[in-house]
Design a protein around this ligand. Sequence first.
Ligand code: ZN
Ligand code: ZN
Ligand code: FE
Length: 759
Amino acid sequence: MRERCLISVGGSVQGVGFRPFVFRLAARHGLAGSVRNDGRGVAIELEGDPTALDRFVNGLRGQLPPLARVDRVDIDRSAAIGLSGFRIGESCTSGPANTAIPADVATCDACLAELFDPADRRHRFPFINCTDCGPRLTIVEGLPYDRFRTTMARFEMCAECRAEYENPLDRRFHAEPVACPACGPRLTLRDAMGAVVAGDPLHVSAEALSAGAILAIKGLGGYHLACDATNGDAVERLRRRKHRPAKPLAVMVRDLAAFRALCLAGPEEELLLASPERPIVLVRKRPDGGVADAVASGLPDLGLMLPYTPVHYLLLEQAGRPLVMTSGNRSDEPIAFRDEDAHARLAGIADLFLDHDRPIAMRCDDSIARMVGGTVSLVRRSRGYAPQPLALAAGSDAPLLAVGGDLKNTFALVRGQEAFLSHYVGDLHDLDSYAAFDEAVGHYSRLLGIRPQVVAHDLHPGYLSTRRALELDADEHIPVQHHHAHFAACLAEHGITQPAIGVVFDGTGYGPDGSVWGGEFLIGDCRAVERAGHLGSVPLPGGDAAVREPWRAAVAHLVCAFGSTAESAATDLLERVGEKRWSAVKVMSGRRELSAPTSSVGRLFDAVSAIIGLRDRIDYEAQAAIELEAIADPGESRCYPIELECTSGRWIWRPEPVIKAVVDDLRRTPPRPAIAAAFHNTVAAATTVVCERLRSASGLNRVALTGGVFLNTLLLRRAAGNLSAVGFEVLTHRRVPANDGGLSFGQAAVACAVHAARR
Ligand code: ZN
Ligand code: ZN
Ligand code: FE
C-alpha cells in the first residue's frame, strides 16, 4: 500500500547541496516524487512504501551535506496519487521568504585538488567553486538562493558547466556560482591610474609583491591591501599610506606548514584556522618567525589566516611568502568593495590592483577568532559566520531590528526564534559607515523578508545608531542600556533565561544616571537588571580625548587616590605630561559639568598603563590595555588590596587602593611585567569577591563575563578560574563577540523579552 508524503525542511538547506542529497536519498529508498526550494526552505513530495518513507525521514537527519543544517522537518502524510520518477524542481518564490542567507565558504579540498590538477579543465581557474564552497552572502541579491538572483547572473554558463549544474549526481549540481575558464569571471591587473597591465595578472602580481609593491586585491567581501609580510620596508610603507601606524596587521599564509613556521599554536588553533569559515586566528608569535616586526610590533600575538578563495591560493603559491592582508580602506573607513570606489579610495595606497569582474553584492570583512581554554572565542564575527542565524530561546512574535552600537557596529534582525546577526559594519562615526549601515540593513531586511515592527537601540541619546533607530518607522522602539545588552548577549548565546550575575567590563557605555558606566555588576535576566555593584567612579574629563590619551585617566585616578599629593606620587608621568596639561585635567575633573563620573574598567587599565610609563597615547582602540596584558608576567601571583564599600545595597569596588599599590610598587621598582600581572590578578580577584557577596544575598550561582575588557585573555582566564574555584558556573562568549560587535544580539534578546512582557 503506497503512501504520499509532503515534507517541509527548514534550516541551512539552500545552496548547500541539499536537493541532490534528497534526490540520492529518495533513490536509495526507491521513492518517487520531487524536491524544490521554496520560501521556507526545501519542499519534498514523496510517494512509496510507508516503511521506505520512514527510513527516508530518518535519513534526513543523518549524513547531511557538509554545509547543511536541519532545524525543522514538518511531515504531512496522505493517500498516494500515483507519482512516478523523481524530479528536482525549480525554486518557488511565492510565499514569505523564510530562509536564511547562506554565508561564504572557503574553497573546499575537492576544488583545491582540481585547481592544481593540470589535467582538470579548471586547472588554475581563479573562480573555481562547487556546491560545498564558494561565495554566498557576498554575491546574493535575492532569495531563494538561485543563480539568477546572484551577481553571477551576468555570466552565461557554457554547455559543460550547464551540464554539471543540471546533473543531480554532479558535485556542482546547482552550485549557483559555477563557472570555468570558458564562461566565468576573469582577473585583470591594473596600475594605480587604472590602465591594464600586460601579462598574466597573477604572475605579475606575485612578482610585484616580491619586489615590495603594495597590491589591492578584490576578494570575496571587498578589497584587501597586500604586501610581503617579511619585507619591513613594504609593511612600513603600507602603514604610512593607510594611516595605520600601529594596529596589528593580519597575515595570510599558504598552508599549515607556513603557519607553523610563524607561530606557536596547537591542533585546536589549526582546526579553527582551517575551518570552512576561515577566520583570522590570533596566535602566539614565534620569536624567530620571520615576519617583519612592523606587522605587529611589540605584541606577542599574530593574526594569521589561510587562503579562502582560489585567487588567494594561486597568489600565495606564486609569491611563495606570507602576505600581509589587511582591509582595503584608509584607517577606519569601511572596506572598499565596488571597483570604481576602490580605485578612487585606494589610489594613493596601492601600486597595483588585482581586479575581477564578478560584482560583490554585500561587503564583508574577515572574521577574527582565537582559542581560549579549549573553546573558540570570536573577536569579530563577520565573513564565514555572518549572517548564519543564532537561536534565541525566547524569540519574538513581532519582526525585530536591533541596531547595535556606534563602534564595531553589527545589527541583528529577528524572525521568530532566529536572530540574524549581520557582518561587521564598523564604526558609525564615519559617514561612509553610516551609509553602509543603512544599505546593509535594507539589503538584509529585503532578502530575509523581515519588516521590523520593533526596533531596539542603545540608551545613549547621542549615538548615531540611536538617532537612526528613532527615525525608523516602527510600532515600538525599545531602548536598551549598554551593559544590559552585553549581559543579555552572553545569556542568550547560552540559551539562559533564568536570572544570573553579570560582570560587564568595557570602555564606555551610557548609564541611566547620566554617568559613564563600564565596570558593572548586574543582577537579572534579559528582561530587566539591577545595578548590584560597580567599580568606584572617578570624574574623567575629556570624553573621546580621554579614550585616545590614557594619561588623562591616569591623572584622574591619581587625583582620586592621592588628592593634593597626586603630582608627587607620579613624578615621571607629570614630567611626560607637563604641569600645564596635568593641572588642566585636574581642574576639569573637579567640575561635574566638564567631567562625567566613570566606573569604566577599560579606563582603569588605561590609567595603570600610563602610570607605569607603558603608554600615554594610543593609536588604536584598547592599545594601552592590550600592551599591559602583553607585558604581564604570567608567573606573578601577587594581588593588590581589594576594598569594597556597600552603599544603599550596592557593592562599590574602590579603585584608590589599587592605584596607590601600583604607585608604591613603582617606587620599589619591581619590573613592570610584575606590576601589570599583579594588576590583572587584582581585577580578577575583585570580580570574584564581589560575585561572592552578590551570591550570598541573591542565591545566584551563575556568572556571565562580558564586555570588551574580557577580550583580555589573561584577565578572562584568571577571573573564570577564580570564579570556578569557588563554585560558580561561569558563562563566557563563544559565538558572539564580548565587545560591542555583540551588542546588537544582546539588544535583540532584551527587546524580545521586554516586548513579550508588555503583551
Ligand atoms: Zn568546492
Ligand atoms: Zn563554463
Ligand atoms: Fe561596550
